[in-house]
Design a protein around this ligand. Structure first.
Ligand code: SF4
Ligand code: SF4
Length: 230
């Protein structure tokens, strides 16, 4: 039999739904109930508060908090060597960059442009996880507003934050990064200078292979390296 869709059949109510609580005499008057409500509200005005008056009061998140990803600025420059790993690991493809080279800089590679589309970012922290240079980390910044879609695309200048302002997070990473795999994490600044050209003594333009080996010895002697087991 074809159903008449214009006139849906009335839902038969169960007996439970048909029962209705009878109001007492004072409830029928409403005034006592209103006074009861006012009394409760008044009591709550003097109870301890568990909320904040945001945005007048700002919350300071713990170091484990994953806020807006930022680029670490070290001595006025980004640590990033534009390897592209973060862009590769980013699930919503929020990161885009273009690598460039500067032969006068011992770091040699740097991102010509580096952008994160904050409308796409899901604050997963994968970029921070894969970065070999500790160049991108999750900051405490959660107060992010845009006026347009273009405004949500953060360029290198907006992404860079001095490492001194990220100490909490860097310390957190030092203590917890990759602990589950029984490894250690200790950012070694010298790793940021890893150019093959600079290791070549013939070019004689930067750190020699001897310098690098000396540095490696120093790195191996760090506290974190002592705890490392293969
Ligand atoms: S936090 Fe996640 S989504 Fe955001 S840029 Fe990093 S990898 Fe991409
Ligand atoms: S993974 Fe790190 S070093 Fe590589 S491009 Fe991303 S931020 Fe730069």
């Amino acid at each position: 039999m074809q159903k008449n869709l214009d006139k849906p059949a009335a839902n038969p109510l169960s007996k439970d739904f048909q029962r209705e609580r009878k109001l007492s005499f004072s409830e029928k008057l409403y005034i006592p109930e209103i006074l009861k409500g006012l009394k409760y509200s008044f009591k709550q005005m003097f109870a301890p508060t568990f909320t904040m008056n945001y945005p007048e009061e700002k919350w300071d998140p713990p170091a484990s908090f994953r806020g807006r990803p930022v680029l670490v600025e070290d001595n006025g420059k980004e640590r990033c060597v534009a390897c592209g790993l973060c862009a590769r690991a980013c699930p919503p493809l929020a990161i885009s960059m273009q690598a460039n080279e500067d032969s006068d800089d011992p770091k040699e590679r740097y991102p010509d442009f580096f952008e994160i589309n904050m409308l796409r970012c899901i604050y997963c922290g994968y970029c921070e996880e894969v970065c070999p240079e500790e160049a991108i980390v999750m900051s405490k910044d959660y107060d992010i507003v845009f006026e347009s879609r273009e405004d949500a695309i953060y360029d290198k200048e907006r992404l860079m934050v001095a490492k001194e302002d990220l100490e909490d997070r860097l310390e957190f990473l030092r203590n917890y990064k990759n602990q589950q795999f029984g490894q250690f994490w200790d950012f070694q600044e010298e790793n940021n200078i890893h150019s093959v050209r600079d290791r070549d003594t013939d070019w004689n333009t930067g750190l020699s292979l001897v310098d690098m080996l000396e540095q490696q010895k120093k790195n191996d002697a760090t506290e974190a390296s002592k705890n490392w087991s293969v």
